[in-house]
Write a protein that binds this ligand. Structure first.
Ligand code: PNS
Length: 161
């Protein structure tokens, strides 16, 4: 019997910034797939807090304990990037019911474009269900305490912003 090819998944997102919620989903994905590529979408808006390169470096500084993860920046259609990476799955995190509408529309669009690529939804732990990057940015903009929302390297980078 031919050996199975390694299972590669993309974990795409804006990651502005990378939160404990993202890390939680990534750790879960690592148990399911042989390789997970965190794919940072290149910024199209100037309003992002971090540049794509900064985001890539920040994710890298949070994943020392995850040997089967690498981080890349992508532009263009996600499914094209998945095909060129040999990935058969896209991982997305679900926190609460309100995520469903956007996530379903995106998953159906991606399936229409590339039926061979599956979107896999993983649930965050309850502890992280209310974290979002936009809430972190909002709290940070008012000098609030975000230590329980983001890993330490991200916290330090935010302090320097
Ligand atoms: O963290 P986000 O902002 O919810 O991530 C959204 C992202 C980057 C995964 C999504 O916008 C995306 O895949 N953009 C690339 C363009 C694309 O392929 N769009 C088709 C899906 S609607």
């Amino acid at each position: 019997m031919a050996p199975e090819s390694p299972k590669i998944a993309l974990y795409p997102g804006s990651f502005d910034p990378f939160t404990y919620g993202h890390l939680d989903i990534l750790e879960r994905a690592c148990h399911i797939f042989d390789t997970v590529i965190v794919t940072v979408a290149r910024n199209s808006s100037k309003r992002a807090l971090f540049s794509s390169e900064e985001k890539k470096a920040l994710v890298e500084s949070c994943i020392g304990h995850l040997p089967n993860v690498r981080v890349e920046i992508f532009e263009g259609l996600l499914v094209d990037y998945a095909k060129s990476s040999g990935a058969g799955a896209l991982v997305r995190g679900l926190r609460q019911v309100s995520d469903f509408d956007y996530e379903f529309r995106m998953a159906f669009a991606n399936r229409r474009l590339a039926p061979e690529i599956e979107t896999v939804f993983l649930m965050t732990s309850e502890r992280h269900a209310l974290i979002s990057a936009s809430i972190v940015r909002e709290i940070h903009s008012h000098q609030g305490d975000i230590t329980s929302f983001v890993p330490e390297p991200v916290f330090k980078a935010l302090q320097n912003k």
